[in-house]
Design a protein around this ligand. Sequence first.
Ligand SMILES: Cc1cc2nc3c(=O)[nH]c(=O)nc-3n(C[C@H](O)[C@H](O)[C@H](O)COP(=O)(O)O)c2cc1C
Ligand code: SF4
Ligand code: SF4
Length: 370
Amino acid sequence: MPLSAANPLFKSHMDKKAIIYYFTGTGNALRMAHLAAAELEQAGFKVLLADIAANGRKVGAISRHPDDLPSGNRGQSSISPEHAEAELIGIVSPVYGFGLPQLMAKFLRKLPPSKSNQKCFVFISSAGNEGICVMQAAFHLKRKGYDLTFARTFKLVSNWIMFETLPDSETRKNIFDENEKLLQGYMKDIIDDPSIKSVKYYHSNPAMAALLGIVYYGFVFFGRHFLGKLFATNNKCNSCQYCHKHCPSKTVKWVEKRPYWGWNCQQCFRCINLCPNGAIETSTVAVIVFFISIFGGPFLFKKLVPDALLDYAGALKPVLENLFAMHLVFGIIGMWLVQILLSNRVTSGILPQWFTTRNKERYREPHFRP
Ligand SMILES: Cc1cc2nc3c(=O)[nH]c(=O)nc-3n(C[C@H](O)[C@H](O)[C@H](O)COP(=O)(O)O)c2cc1C
Ligand code: SF4
Ligand code: SF4
């Protein structure tokens, strides 16, 4: 129920500003951000909902219900001019690879320091394991002088269709309904009691957090770059450019009337899930070539190239002798070659393409339109 304008609580919040910064791949985090914004507005706050990947597009009005979920990429990418005046700041993000998406982590790293110890809340949209997300956000916010008062993780539908199969639509609806109720309860706590302190870490065990942290940094520094190269189009692609226009990382390039996946993929799975023709798959050929090149490449190199030849490599010699560096180099070469072959009309027709996502249902939050 919206608070009436005469309600003392509404009056006490009436002139307050709140900003919710969010990142989303397929709309789950946006739905949470949007619901939080609607609750704050109902309590009298003036709310700005800002997409950290939107590159300066302007924010629109916040509607009362997620059924009216607005276009996803609205808001301002960089820090809002009203940032310093906001009494409350929300950070809403999905978890990818047990941590925050690289863009969100970067955004938090660059957040301007808070001069007035502004209060913050953090909501994470997950498929059940937030990893180190809340810890990461807490670390950056504290470092910049913010007061993180509330943090929760929502278990929503997984958009990682490469490995997961979606629950049916009824189950998905129930998942959202349950989480909506939870969120409304949390927002009530945040709004009613400004002194609240309730930060929930999914993994408070330091050993588990360290382990997930290692996996996360492997994902952010290496995994996401390579995994983005596994995307390929099937013969349903009609060159509509949707994937190119809506990639939040701007890594889907447009080359010879076809999408070409660059190296800066966030692994948000927006392109593959939202392609209007279901024309994007993760290529099994690419997965196989990746493993052969990353593990077989250095082995073959060692067998075939005589040590004496390395003396001619000059400054490159230490790289060629370092096994880890060679795995990386061969991984990059393999993925780059595969991408070229899969992006070209002639060679992509010749290469056998078994796809790990073939015939799998695609996912988006039902109201999400980027
Ligand atoms: C590459 C990738 C990695 C993911 N890793 C995790 C994870 O570590 N833990 C988890 O609970 N969910 C994970 N997910 C699922 C998403 O966090 C979850 O579906 C989230 O609600 C998506 O939000 P969005 O629609 O706003 O992008 C992953 C999804 C993708 C695509
Ligand atoms: S969105 Fe799909 S159909 Fe459109 S260009 Fe990309 S892959 Fe092709
Ligand atoms: S390439 Fe696809 S998965 Fe990667 S960041 Fe862009 S939209 Fe997301």
